[in-house]
Design a protein around this ligand. Structure first.
Ligand SMILES: [Zn+2]
Length: 284
């Protein structure tokens, strides 16, 4: 507190939590504290947010009225603990200020994708499908390396085809798991890509009968990895993915047609967001 910390985190608290000083710290804007071994009693202006975690965390005394208890969902896998956020309850403080100051560091959103880890093999699965968690730079470095070796247009074609097939396989499998309609399966696919960190994907227009669609990707992982000065479209993984999602919709409705998707604006070329147009060509 002397150092003016905005957040104090007490991790794995094993003892009942309470005490006069902690209560003063939460209810007064400037509590006084006697310094160990000194005669000084400095005033400590505090806008500090105190958080604590622990299994079966117990609060005692007045602390029971000065804390917000949260139970973390064990299905999230990594956060199997109780957590308490202790907020001041006095009338002369601004909880929004403390929370706002701390929000960036403490209250990051957690992933919404269910992940099951096989304890025997270490294999990750989401909706029973084996998954891998990758750093963004791995994907971007791989794409840059292959572009350097064979040229970006040649790699675009290869990646387009593999993304198209992968999306189709994903939709076929997920539709069985969730019993969704074809279009909802396509939407679910976009949602899962967003939840897995590829960017914020949105279907902005869809004509199911015509097999056409418009999509945007904000904060594309590929565009961010390449940077806005790249001067060209780099998100061609998505082109194939979106074509594959539409291919699934057409397959389920029994309609012929060849989906074709192109990125028409990319953040790596300086646009505010990446935009994609999906059309459906007649099959000769
Ligand atoms: Zn892009």
């Amino acid at each position: 507190m002397l150092a003016g910390e905005q957040v104090v985190a007490i991790d794995n608290c094993e003892s009942p939590l309470g005490g006069d000083f902690l209560c003063q710290m939460l209810t007064q804007t400037s509590p006084r504290m006697r310094m160990p071994g000194k005669s000084e009693v400095p005033e400590l202006p505090t806008m500090t947010l105190v958080t604590t975690t622990g299994n079966n965390l117990t609060l005692i005394g007045d602390m029971t009225r000065r804390a917000v208890l949260c139970r973390l969902d064990p299905r999230s896998g990594m956060w199997r603990r109780h957590i308490a956020m202790i907020c001041p309850s006095g009338s002369d403080y601004d909880p929004a200020h403390r929370l706002g100051a701390a929000a960036a560091g403490v209250w990051m959103a957690q992933p919404q994708v269910p992940i099951d880890v096989d304890p025997e093999t270490g294999i990750w699965r989401t909706d029973d499908m084996p998954m891998i968690y990758l750093p963004r730079h791995f994907l971007v470095n791989m794409q840059k390396g292959i572009e350097g070796a064979i040229g970006s247009e040649a790699y675009r074609e290869i990646l387009y085809a593999s993304s198209d097939l992968s999306a189709l396989q994903w939709c076929r499998a997920e539709a069985k798991t969730h019993r969704l309609t074809p279009v909802d399966t396509f939407r679910h696919y976009l949602k899962r890509l967003s939840q897995r960190g590829y960017g914020q994907l949105e279907l902005t227009a869809l004509d199911e009968a015509a097999g056409t669609a418009s999509l945007t990707v904000r904060h594309s992982a590929f565009a961010l990895g390449y940077g806005p000065e790249t001067g060209r479209s780099v998100c061609y993984t998505f082109e194939g993915s979106f074509a594959g999602g539409m291919r699934y919709v057409l397959e389920m409705s029994g309609r012929a047609g060849e989906p074709l998707c192109r990125e028409v604006a990319c953040a790596a070329a300086g646009h505010p967001e990446c935009r994609f147009e999906l059309r459906c060509d007649a099959v000769a």
